[in-house]
Design a protein around this ligand. Structure first.
Ligand SMILES: [Zn+2]
Length: 216
């Protein structure tokens, strides 16, 4: 895919995530791998609703800024692309309900989603990455224990992150995350999600294994 198409897809993803309320003000960042050693990433502080292709910054995998003013959260993107050669896009947003789970339940190591076939089929499990201070290198290193096994992650007290083999996969993962976090929250308010039967759970896990690692 050529650079213009990749950046247009990234812009479309940014607008869609903003329209869905997953990015307030200048929140969040989206990147795409242009070639083995180079990525394009959204700039610092620009609303994703108004983003244009000339706003993207270019970075080399060693972190050198080639052009523009890259997001201060770039350490997460660099960590993914360095650790996972097949990663072609990374999307980070601030999905409100997913974040709320980590504020209210700091003991959770994953979204408690075993009752919801949608999560099992679309992502397997959705782990919670321990909190790192925004803008620091620790944001990247905190992700490493979860790579490459997990593509869709909740960042404790901060947001969500999804990497994929396309921008659509990565952006779709963030939409999925907020959708399922909201379903599970509503189930909590109605008395708590009841577990699936062991048979059904096993069947769903087998189906997921056949789907492969992609987020759907
Ligand atoms: Zn953030």
């Amino acid at each position: 895919m050529d650079r213009v198409t990749l950046l247009n897809e990234a812009i479309e993803a940014c607008r869609s995530l903003h329209a869905r309320g997953l990015l307030a003000a200048g929140d969040g960042n989206v990147s795409v791998r242009l070639d083995r050693e180079t990525l394009a990433i959204t700039p610092r502080g620009v609303s994703k609703a108004r983003l244009q292709s000339h706003d993207f910054a270019l970075l080399s995998l060693d972190g050198t800024v080639l052009s523009g003013d890259p997001s201060s959260e770039r350490a997460m993107h660099l960590a993914v692309y360095r650790a996972v050669p097949e990663a072609k896009a990374v999307v980070h947003a601030h999905p409100p309900t997913a974040i709320a789970w980590t504020l209210a339940r700091p003991e959770l190591t994953e979204l408690p989603s075993d009752s919801l076939p949608e999560v099992i089929l679309a992502a397997g499990r959705i782990p919670v990455v321990p909190m790192a201070i925004p803008g620091t290198e620790a944001m990247g290193t905190a992700l490493l224990p979860f790579l490459p096994a997990h593509r869709l992650l909740i960042l404790a007290r901060h947001g969500g992150l999804c990497w994929g083999e396309s921008i659509r996969e990565a952006a779709g993962g963030l939409e999925r995350l907020e959708q399922v976090a909201e379903i599970l929250w509503k189930a909590e308010t109605l008395g708590g999600a009841k577990p699936l039967g062991t048979e059904a759970l096993k069947l769903l896990q087998n189906l997921r294994a056949n789907i492969g690692p992609s987020i759907i």
